[in-house]
Design a protein around this ligand. Structure first.
Ligand code: SF4
Length: 403
């Protein structure tokens, strides 16, 4: 598995696979061939169908400015769900042709090139990690430190600072999100309402939701967020960490860093053994993964044991199995923003259940992510970030039953 540095990335929303990744690929090609004056880019499949709403073209253009790009789109099921084919020209001369796959979370794979990625972890499954930790008397955080090195702590501090900043910007900003849906930002109102009363269960629900809305709305507006593990699912983990940090004095910055490390480990396992891409495996792979990460982080904040941490992450994913990806008009807004809030609340509940029930559990984390992946591969493409099925199909601009 790769370093957590490739999982958590700070960048502009609204999509890691449709915005950040393709923009990064274009930047690499342009840096390798600075003589290129213009590009022709073909966006395939999910990128062809939802690229407009995800602002793919804008991000790619910005990354190679002042070079220009002519875009075309194509559906070709023999190609990976998110593929771009790039032709780079100097005047009329074709300089370079590249095919690049956007595999989720901003990761780009150049077809035909030797991978330069460095795998820092020797273990492939949670079971292997758990066995190693038990045999060497390590916590999951110790495990991350051992293979990443002490410099990961500073990296995670920067990630936490970026997450906090996105929450705080989100809860102090209102207005309408970009795009034809005219979605009203709600984080600020939710937060203000939650602050009126003394803490109750309703207040907890509002605050956690406000923090998740805050980050997801920032993402939808193209603001700076952290992929956790993706842009579309970026609100879940910060919402849980930010809420718990505010609520409990014993939760120090050091505990938050430990929780981020453990959450990253679970996100990495899903990324490498299954998928974190909505275009590959539906929203279970994005928001389901984020919920797993947040549940494991929450369990780490409260010093639960390794079985309980695993169980929390497993429950969080198990109850997202089958979740489809159907963003209306291709915008990462409906159902994405609200879904981040629901998943943040679910992560807290998953941890609570794991605390009491881990002795009787039957399903391991490895089994649930294998199941998620199989479910995703057999899911109809209409429900995998194409905006052809689900809410994207049935919402016609208004819903007369909403009154
Ligand atoms: S529905 Fe889920 S997977 Fe699809 S774009 Fe929204 S957050 Fe991402």
């Amino acid at each position: 598995m790769l370093s957590l540095k490739s999982l958590y990335q700070i960048g502009h929303g609204p999509s890691s696979s449709h915005t950040m990744g393709p923009a990064r690929a274009m930047k690499i090609i342009k840096e390798e061939h600075p003589e290129i004056t213009h590009f022709h880019v073909t966006l395939f499949n999910s990128l062809a169908l939802t690229g407009k709403g995800h602002l793919t073209e804008d991000a790619m253009l910005e990354s190679v400015f002042p070079s220009t790009i002519e875009f075309s789109t194509k559906i070709d099921t023999s190609k990976f769900a998110n593929t771009i084919v790039v032709l780079g020209y100097k005047g009329d001369e074709l300089i370079v042709t590249e095919e690049v796959k956007s595999t989720g979370g901003g990761r780009m794979v150049f077809v035909g090139r030797e991978s330069e990625e460095v795998h820092v972890y020797p273990h492939k499954s949670f079971n292997e990690i758990k066995t190693y930790c038990r045999n060497n008397n390590l916590s999951l955080y110790d495990y991350v430190l051992q293979f990443e090195g002490p410099e990961i702590v500073q990296f995670l501090k920067e990630i936490w600072n970026a997450m906090k900043a996105s929450v705080e910007r989100g809860i102090s900003t209102d207005g309408i999100l970009p795009g034809p849906l005219k979605v009203q930002r709600k984080a600020k109102t939710l937060h203000e309402k939650a602050m009126i009363k003394e803490p109750t269960e309703i207040t907890e629900n509002r605050l956690v939701s406000a923090y998740a809305f805050a980050v997801s709305e920032e993402n939808a507006a193209g603001g700076i967020i952290v992929t956790a593990p993706t842009c579309g699912a970026c609100g879940v983990l910060p919402a849980v960490l930010y809420y718990m940090k505010k609520k409990h004095r014993f939760i120090t910055e050091d505990r938050i860093i430990k929780a981020l490390a453990v959450a990253g480990l679970f996100g990495n396992l899903i990324k490498h053994n299954a998928s974190i891409s909505g275009a590959v495996a539906g929203c279970q792979a994005e928001v389901g993964s984020a919920c797993s990460m947040a549940a494991s982080a929450h369990a780490t904040l409260f010093n639960l044991n390794i079985n309980q941490v695993e169980y929390a992450a497993e429950i969080a994913m198990e109850h997202h199995l089958g979740l489809t990806c159907d963003p209306i008009n291709g915008y990462v807004q409906i159902p994405c923003i609200e879904r981040n809030a629901v998943a943040a609340l679910r992560a807290i509940d998953a941890c609570g259940l794991a605390y009491f029930l881990s002795d009787s559990r039957k399903i391991s984390f490895d089994t649930v992510i294998e199941t998620m992946y199989q479910t995703g591969l057999s899911m109809h493409t209409d429900y995998k970030e194409t905006s052809i099925g689900g809410l994207a199909k049935n919402y016609k601009g208004t819903d007369e039953n909403c009154w």
